[in-house]
Design a binder for this molecule. Structure first.
Ligand code: ADP
Ligand code: ZN
Length: 517
């Protein structure tokens, strides 16, 4: 194994889990490899075919991605090819079924539609593994659900005794369970690597759209342009892509542009300019960058709240692949938080809609988080991060003025408890602010002793406090039907038990910008 690693890849030792996965594959065991972007998952399916001289079949979602991989492998002297609509060599199919390639890439559509006779022939020649790259595409809980991936289970009945290997950088348990059951994996080996990308700084800013923001953005980008690093700016809409692209051009910064409505020629050209460092900045929708392996991306900026933490972590994780310090900024506006319906519009399926709303809620919690962002992200992916501060995110680095907010926290929690967990944040805040809206009168909430006790603060102030209490675990948000509701956690209840209307134990929280505004 080590000599193959040295001979073909030039590396002298394996990274964590690579060797173990390869050994399991050689034993014929199914595996699901869950490791962060850039940790070296591909090697797990690249080495076995070189060891046993049988073909590794790799399913991958995008032709451009397969082309890049095939090219890189060929340069290392490995026999690799892909099957897809853009394949111009007519002999590839016959060569494939005769087992002449070490690695054979194909899209899921192709894998499911290819005749059984192809598989029978290739099985005779020898298949050492069937790999499904970006395996989270199989799951509706993943951030990139693709219907075609669901049909891969058909191949289980054809490729008897061939080990299946799923690979993904998305680590939530729901997604893992989905992958294992969709691919009908039997007793799979599931190594889960650490997701901590220590060299990445995480930060979030609330902004108002418009010129002042664009000017600030340009300053941020300029910091990196001189040092040879590049930047990706992800926008949520094509309109934003166009606007930012134009503003950058106006200030003389060379940028590439990339989104789904451009023709494939134009997209390829943009992609190439960026990869070859001919433009230092790429302004794009999330259509850009899946599988991109460019080492010197120093910065990923999100302009607009992403639709899930999974997609945020994957997109922001495209910087700093070389291990050098890099930054991930997320800029959001309050208006971003009203997008649930927009994303749900794509789906009729109730479960899928719930998944969308829940994912969006977590992404929004990340935006307004007041505690360590790395801890929040890692814990979302099921990893324990024992420290309270990482020292490399905005919340850990900026020391904020702190204040005792025990009275306000008490009022808000007590009010939420009085509403019995059936509402979002607006209702308890309206009650505290003494609103006499029809909803409040109908529910007789104006009779609550708390009604009107929080008039002195704006509703944005109360929302900012609620975000702090959510970040610190006193309140929890959940989805009921497809609506967000807020309730008091057991930690919050403990606090309430130790307090009374006249006396509350201290609860010191940082003063956020939302509270000062
Ligand atoms: P992933 O698929 O997990 O995002 P890749 O397989 O693309 O990651 O690997 C990321 C980078 O790490 C690649 O440039 C790859 O060549 C390199 N790499 C992989 N394994 C090793 C190793 N054992 N030693 C050194 N570099 C490695
Ligand atoms: Zn931190």
């Amino acid at each position: 194994m080590e000599s193959i690693l040295k001979k073909y890849f030039g590396y002298s030792c394996f990274r964590p889990y690579q060797k173990e996965v390869i050994e399991k594959i050689m034993e014929g065991r199914d595996s699901l490899v869950v490791m962060a972007t850039g940790s070296g998952k591909s090697l797990c399916y690249q080495v076995p075919p070189l060891l046993v001289h049988k073909t590794a079949v790799v399913v991958s979602p995008l032709i451009s991605l397969m082309q890049d991989q095939v090219m890189a492998l060929k340069q290392r002297g490995i026999k690799a090819e892909y099957l897809g609509s853009t394949q111009t060599d007519p002999t590839v199919l016959t060569k494939s079924e005769n087992g002449l390639f070490d690695l054979l890439f194909m899209t899921p559509e192709r894998a499911c539609s290819i005749p059984v006779s192809f598989w029978s022939k290739l099985l005779k020649a020898g298949i050492c593994l069937f790999a499904v790259d970006e395996a989270h595409c199989i799951s509706e809980w993943g951030h990139n659900f693709r219907v075609e991936y669901k049909q891969l289970d058909k191949l289980r009945g054809i490729l008897l005794n061939v080990p299946f290997v799923g690979l993904t950088a998305t680590a939530t348990e729901k997604v893992r369970i989905d992958i294992v059951s969709s691919l009908k994996m039997k007793d799979p080996y599931v190594p889960i690597g650490s997701f901590d990308r220590k060299n990445l700084f995480y930060g979030v800013k609330r902004i108002d759209r418009g010129l002042p923001f664009i000017e600030e953005l340009v300053q941020e980008i300029l910091k990196f342009v001189g040092s040879g690093g590049s930047t990706i700016i992800y926008c949520t809409t094509i309109k934003d892509v166009d606007q930012i692209f134009k503003s950058l051009q106006d200030t003389g910064i060379k940028a590439g542009i990339y989104h789904g409505q451009m023709g494939s020629k134009a997209r390829e050209e943009s992609h190439r300019l960026f990869i070859r460092d001919e433009v230092p900045v790429m302004v794009a929708t999330v259509a850009f960058g899946m599988g991109i392996d460019k080492p010197n991306i120093r910065q990923v900026i999100h302009y607009g709240c992403p639709k899930s933490l999974e997609s945020y972590y994957q997109e922001s994780g495209r910087c700093g692949r070389d291990g050098i310090a890099s930054v991930c900024w997320l800029y959001y506006t309050r208006a971003d938080f009203a997008k649930a319906d927009f994303y749900c519009g794509e789906s009729q399926n109730e479960n899928h809609r719930r998944a969308i709303v829940e994912s969006l809620m977590l992404a929004q919690q990340y935006c307004v988080l007041t505690t360590c962002r790395r801890k929040f992200l890692l814990e979302h992916f099921g990893e324990t991060f024992s420290a309270d501060k990482c020292g490399n995110c905005d919340n850990c680095m900026v020391s904020k003025r702190e204040l005792d907010m025990s009275r306000e926290a008490f009022l808000l929690m007590a009010c939420i408890l009085s509403c019995r967990g059936n509402w979002g944040l607006n209702m308890p805040i309206d009650i505290l602010r003494g609103s006499r809206s029809k909803k409040i009168l109908d529910a007789q909430f104006d009779k609550l002793p708390l009604h009107g006790l929080g008039k002195d603060k704006s509703s944005n102030w109360w929302k900012a406090l609620a975000n702090q209490l959510i970040s610190n675990g006193y309140l929890v948000e959940t989805i009921k039907d497809i609506y967000r509701t807020v309730s008091v956690s057991s930690k919050g209840e403990k606090y309430l038990c130790s307090a009374s209307p006249d006396h509350q134990p201290p609860l010191v929280l940082p003063l956020t910008s939302e509270m000062v505004d």
